[in-house]
Design a protein around this ligand. Structure first.
Ligand SMILES: Nc1ncnc2c1ncn2[C@@H]1O[C@H](COP(=O)(O)OP(=O)(O)O)[C@@H](O)[C@H]1O
Ligand SMILES: [Mg+2]
Length: 236
């Protein structure tokens, strides 16, 4: 058994690089994320934040370096070198995603949007909707289950996206500018919901943001420049 107090790392990235033709997006980024921790990544536009998030979340493979994902109840996995099929399987089972625009399906109701990830992993629709409903309620959306996304405010739609990122029980949630399209009061409410649904349930959150007030809500903030992590600030 581990005798240290700090929780086990869920993600450990070491010297990760990624280039798009001649553009070096990641030039050797290293970081670690603990179980239940909320980590903010800040940095200028173009500094590599989204690319790093996509590598950590098995959306794209890094060119070199190592990314180890260790979630409870499963063997640790090295993400570098996995093919698209294996990465897709990992994303479906271990990762939740929240983006700036939510990427919700406008023709589906709030409840159907949240149930969708479970249906995609083979759960029958009634069971998926039963599992989805409590997440909507716990995020303040009781009574809005049948509304289409266009009938919700921006903050409500983001809470649907947060519920959807949680419904599979994914141990790690990745959020890219989740409050980028919201005013500051709504942004604070959405952060309440996001932290409740992630670190509040023992899950890890990796969040990219331009907003220092949003980053300050997380346990720890990393700053990126030119594809590297340049400094780290520990909150509290
Ligand atoms: N799919 C892509 N094709 C080509 N260049 C890309 C692609 N994605 C990102 N880049 C480039 O990689 C660098 C880092 O981009 P990105 O990770 O999106 O930064 P950030 O999220 O910090 O704004 C930028 O120079 C960007 O133009
Ligand atoms: Mg970005």
């Amino acid at each position: 058994m581990d005798t240290h107090d700090s929780p086990a790392p869920v993600l450990v990235a070491t010297d990760v690089t990624k280039a798009y033709e001649s553009t070096i997006a990641l030039a050797g980024a290293s970081l670690s994320v603990s179980a239940g921790e909320s980590l903010a990544i800040m940095g200028a536009s173009g500094s590599g934040k989204t690319t790093l998030l996509h590598c950590l979340a098995a959306v794209i493979p890094p060119d070199s370096g190592s990314i180890r994902m260790s979630v409870p109840g499963a063997q640790p996995v090295e993400l570098a070198g996995l093919d698209e099929e294996a990465r897709s399987q990992l994303r479906r089972t271990r990762c939740g995603f929240v983006f700036q625009e939510g990427l919700l399906l406008p023709e589906l109701s709030a409840l159907e949007n949240v149930a969708l990830p479970l249906m995609l992993t083979g759960h029958p629709r009634p069971e998926a909707e039963r599992a989805a409903a409590p997440w909507l309620r716990s995020l303040g959306l009781a009574g809005m289950e049948d509304r289409r996304i266009g009938q919700l405010s921006g903050g409500q739609a983001q809470r649907v996206a947060i519920a959807r990122a949680q419904v599979t029980g994914a141990p790690v949630v990745f959020a890219d500018e989740p409050t980028g399209a919201l005013d500051s009061a709504t942004s604070s409410d959405v952060m309440d919901a996001l932290l409740y649904a992630t670190s509040g349930q023992g899950r890890s959150l990796v969040l990219v943001t331009h907003d220092a007030a949003v980053a300050a809500r997380c346990d720890r903030t990393l700053h990126m420049r030119d594809g590297r992590i340049v400094r780290e600030k520990v909150a509290r």
